[in-house]
Ligand binder design. Structure first.
Ligand SMILES: Nc1ncnc2c1ncn2[C@@H]1O[C@H](COP(=O)(O)OP(=O)(O)OP(=O)(O)O)[C@@H](O)[C@H]1O
Length: 346
């Protein structure tokens, strides 16, 4: 398996601002890359350029040594050995499950016993062997999506492109399908690029997460790395359920901050009001905010039961808000001392 390389990739539809602007990215072999970002940031356009449905206006795409496209030339989609799974499944209603899955093989002239074997293997991988003779209309949403996945893997593609494939499924099915994707990735060894705006999904599935905003690539890193060390407000705000505080902080070059730094910064603000000092953005995760007698008083604005814990919305002295968790309910309106054990300077 070769590496998929995006090289200063740009797509301008002529609307004044490029949909994708100067995106460079080398996917490691057998990567499972999640492309994450707000609606309209250019994720699907990147995917469509990789697939060959759109041609870049600048930059290039390589698969190993092979140039797939640039502004002058583009290899047609069917010559790329890639497969794409869409949100809408795009199954043929008049064909059975097996016929749907085997359709790409038929197009390539494969029939008879080899056809049976490949379709059988693909259906087994997505656990749909018993459904081979059904029509798509007699399947659930999750089963339909598994048919679409089987159809995509039957041709043994080098690269699998998935455009929000779980968006139409309920929470329970999404979890089950995540397992199917993971198994498929392990078995096939294909490079996978997965577009989503669900960061939890991206974090649990991917080997690497790429965050885009307004056509640009902001950061690419493994999930744990991007969670612990996000770069800038947009990435910090997208990944996890953190709060971003603006605090007066000295420029020390230190990005991982502990309670002494927070105590000083928050104390300073309480004593001096809301202005003054060089302000910095700091990301605080709810799991790092604890009740503690040596903490700073914060007002509990809301306390919501979430099953395994309570989720708190806290107000600092200057009105900034902070999320926290608690194992017990705390009365709304009460001022309680909290400690911020750790935070990350964005
Ligand atoms: N064929 C097109 N012609 C003109 N503009 C387009 C075309 N396709 C996409 N765009 C624009 O390019 C930008 C990026 O769109 P894209 O679909 O790539 O975003 P996205 O991140 O996938 O969004 P979403 O999460 O909503 O699907 C948007 O502003 C969109 O309106």
């Amino acid at each position: 398996m070769a590496q998929l390389i995006l090289n200063h990739l740009t797509k301008d539809f002529g609307s004044g601002r490029p949909a994708v602007a100067d995106v460079s990215l080398t996917l490691r072999r057998q990567a499972f890359l999640a492309l994450l970002g707000p609606s309209g940031c250019g994720k699907t356009t990147v995917l469509r350029m990789i697939a060959g449905f759109e041609q870049p206006t600048d930059g290039s795409i390589f698969y190993g040594e092979r140039r797939l496209s640039d502004a002058e030339r583009a290899l047609p989609p069917e010559k790329r050995n890639m497969a794409m799974v869409f949100q809408s499944y795009a199954l043929w209603p008049h064909m059975t499950v097996a016929e749907n899955v085997g359709y790409p093989l038929k197009v390539r002239g494969i029939s008879g016993a080899p056809w049976q074997k490949l379709v059988g293997d693909a259906l087994a991988l997505v656990k749909l062997t018993d459904f081979a003779e059904r029509r798509p209309s007699a399947l659930s949403g999750g089963q339909r999506q598994r048919v679409a996945l089987a159809r995509c893997l039957v041709t043994q593609p080098d690269v699998v492109l998935l455009d929000e494939p779980l968006a139409n499924l309920d929470q329970h099915l999404r979890k089950a399908m995540e397992e199917t994707f993971r198994a498929f990735h392990e078995r096939s060894g294909a490079t996978m690029v997965y577009v989503t705006h669900d960061q939890a999904e991206a974090m649990s599935l991917a080997t690497d997460v790429a965050v885009m905003s307004e056509g640009r690539l902001l950061q690419v890193a493994p999930p744990a790395e991007i969670y612990a060390r996000p770069e800038g407000r947009v990435v910090g705000g997208l990944i996890g359920r953190g709060s971003i505080l603006r605090l007066p902080l000295a420029e020390t070059g230190e990005r991982q901050l502990g309670w002494p730094v927070f105590r000083e910064a928050l104390g300073w603000r309480d004593a001096n009001g809301a202005t003054g000092g060089p302000l910095a953005d700091v990301l605080v995760r709810p799991e790092h905010v604890h009740r503690g007698t040596d903490g700073i008083l914060m007002r509990v604005m809301s306390c919501a039961f979430e099953g395994e814990r309570f989720s708190l919305d806290l107000a600092l002295g200057d009105g900034q808000r902070l999320k926290a968790y608690s194992s017990v309910a705390i009365a709304e309106g009460q001022a309680v001392p909290f400690v911020i054990a750790s935070g990350w300077r964005l």
